[in-house]
Design a protein around this ligand. Structure first.
Ligand code: FMN
Length: 171
């Protein structure tokens, strides 16, 4: 599969098999996350690996969908804003959330390449996530994704036309 095909193949999976993920396959997903670029290479993120088994109720309290707890693993990517790069010279803009988002993207693309399904979850209850995952105050949960073998098929991609997304030279 080339990159163009991979971009087409990745989709938001909302039906998962409970089948386990082989260690070797799972390691590749984590390695793709590790290699993600981050601002000034600060790597201000942590990935929490959550086994769904016996954690279904708590996970459903974080994001209430049956399919969220179908696969064997749910990942939570957290940022550590205090560890990340900030654009201090100008406006103190923090890039920690951007860094974490790139990590999630590496995870979703590598997973798709290996035949695994993922789904970005942003609509989670942050306080429920903090409580269950015991997150310190200076750690921010950015996204969850279930991780497992898909049982559904991708829908055709609906996207804006390129001309609605591109401007030339100025806004
Ligand atoms: C930042 C972000 C947050 C998202 N949050 C959710 C979510 O909470 N629940 C959900 O079912 N899908 C969520 N999605 C998935 C999007 O709905 C999906 O990516 C989009 O509709 C395009 O479909 P595709 O991923 O299948 O290409 C999220 C995606 C992104 C990028």
């Amino acid at each position: 599969m080339n990159f163009e095909q991979l971009i087409q193949k990745r989709y938001s999976c909302r039906n998962y098999s409970p089948d386990p993920i082989e260690d070797e396959i799972f390691s590749k997903v984590l390695e793709a996350a590790r290699l993600a670029p981050t601002a000034a290479n600060r790597q201000p993120f942590q990935i929490i690996i959550i086994k769904t088994k016996n954690n279904e109720d708590q996970l459903m309290g974080i994001y209430h969908r049956d399919w969220f707890v179908q696969p064997p693993i749910v990942l939570c990517v957290c940022s550590e804003p205090d560890q990340g790069w900030m654009r201090k010279k100008y406006d103190n803009q923090s890039y920690a959330a951007v860094d974490a988002a790139i990590v999630v993207d590496h995870i979703t693309l590598q997973a798709a390449d290996l035949g695994l399904g993922t789904c970005w979850i942003g609509d989670f209850n942050p306080q429920a996530a903090r409580d269950f995952l015991n997150l310190p105050d200076d750690v921010e949960p950015i996204a969850f994704t279930p991780l497992g073998y898909p049982l559904d098929e991708p829908e055709p991609k609906t996207r804006k036309a390129l001309e609605d997304l591109i401007r030339h030279d100025t806004w």
